[in-house]
Design a binder for this molecule. Structure first.
Ligand SMILES: Nc1nc2c(ncn2[C@@H]2O[C@H](COP(=O)(O)OP(=O)(O)OP(=O)(O)O)[C@@H](O)[C@H]2O)c(=O)[nH]1
Ligand SMILES: [Zn+2]
Length: 367
């Protein structure tokens, strides 16, 4: 039965479902720039009462996906009904033609879900992801695209939306807004009313029709997010029309922005970690081999802090960051380690790892 070309979706925490056959399964695409609050929204949806069996598909960068998963799980606890990971990393390129098939194979194997939430990477072109459902609608699929939700960071969104791109390159953040059926301006706690007005105006100028909601921690009435039927015959909008309107591309990843991940074993001192992060995000005195400043847009990590029994999550978006102790304890026989993911410009993995080690070195070997 299995198509060889068809990428595998990897179910995590497998447990058989017997869904009812019949009705088609809606898919909501959750998009938004790096660090805007997409995973926070997913977590929120999953913890709210919805009486649905929700499958979650993460479209994260290849290497970082294991970390992303562990971050989200440790935040969301056991509330995830399903957790799927695309083994090939990027959904837009690796499974463009087979993505729908992969999801359907999964439903066949595991029984039906009531709803599918698909989180794209912060740099993805949601149009490329959406188009895979459009192609499939003619094939009588079991799933349909319900809507595209775009999360905008109230603090950094304006910067993302107005950033000038070199000739020929499209601004990902504004494309995500242009394609959205719902825009959630999140992190309103971080801005003044005036700043919020500017972001709202900017969103409105890009997409004159879209519904705009403003949130903290992506807390939003679920009836505004799920079952939008944005592309039904009833709503009169076809996905095809929308995609024609907003140019979508294959070159969905800004070439200049890359992801680096590294792992360093041992315990580190909290103050040394702070120093490392502050040099990187605030002082901006960490340079690559050619002398260019490393510009980190997004930072995630799972680290082992000296004196703490539990794993600590590091989260950074531009210059804002915080450390949070998780509910996951390091096991007795477990090798303590620090895993970091950085997304930004001028990042070179060796240098950044060296700088990290140099900053925390004195703590190596302690436990
Ligand atoms: N102050 C504040 N922080 C928030 C809010 N919502 C989310 N955050 C924080 O912002 C950071 C990024 O949130 P995520 O939900 O991981 O963002 P994301 O869009 O999934 O990020 P990527 O997948 O890396 O692009 C985390 O540290 C969140 O705790 C908010 O309303 N206010
Ligand atoms: Zn995320």
């Amino acid at each position: 039965m299995e198509d060889e070309d068809c990428p595998d979706l990897v179910p995590i925490g497998a447990e058989q479902n017997d869904g009812s056959p019949g009705g088609k399964i809606p898919v909501t695409i959750i998009t938004g720039y790096l660090g805007a609050g997409k995973t926070t929204l997913l977590n929120y949806i999953l913890t709210e009462q919805h009486n649905k069996r929700i499958a979650v598909i993460l479209n994260e960068f290849g290497e970082g996906s294991a970390l992303e998963k562990s971050l989200a799980i440790s935040q969301g606890g056991e509330l995830y009904e399903e957790w799927l990971e695309l083994r090939n990393g990027c959904l837009c390129c690796s499974v463009k033609d087979n993505g729908v098939k992969a999801i359907e194979n999964l439903m066949q194997r595991r029984g039906k879900f009531d709803y599918i939430l698909l989180e794209t990477t912060g740099l993805a072109d949601p149009g490329a992801v959406a188009s895979m459902f459009w192609i499939d609608s003619e094939l009588g699929s079991d799933i349909y695209l319900d809507g595209i939700v775009s999360v905008v960071d109230a603090k950094h969104g304006l910067q993302h939306l107005t950033e000038e791109k070199p000739e020929g390159l499209i601004n990902e953040a504004s494309r995500q807004v242009a394609l959205a059926d719902l825009v959630i301006i999140n992190k309103t706690d971080l801005v003044s009313e005036e700043e919020l007005n500017k972001v709202r105006t900017s969103v409105r100028s890009i997409n004159g029709l879209v519904k705009i909601l403003e949130t903290q921690r992506s807390r939003v009435d679920l009836s505004n997010v799920l079952d939008l039927h944005a592309f039904d015959s009833l709503s009169g909008v076809s996905l095809q029309k929308k995609l024609e309107h907003v140019k979508t591309t294959h070159e969905h990843l800004d070439k200049a922005i890359i992801t680096v991940t590294f792992e360093v074993p041992g315990n580190i001192k909290e103050e040394n970690l702070n120093l490392f992060i502050q040099n990187l995000l605030w002082e901006k005195n960490v340079k690559d081999k050619t002398g260019c400043t490393m510009d980190v847009i997004r930072l995630k990590g799972l680290v082992s802090i000296q004196g703490k029994s539990h794993q600590v999550i590091v989260q950074g978006v531009h210059e804002l960051y915080d450390l949070e102790e998780t509910s996951v304890a390091w096991k007795e026989d477990e090798k303590r380690t620090n895993r970091l993911v950085l997304i930004g410009r001028n990042l070179d993995k060796e240098t950044i790892k060296e700088v990290f080690i140099a900053t925390v070195r004195e703590e190596q070997g302690n436990s």
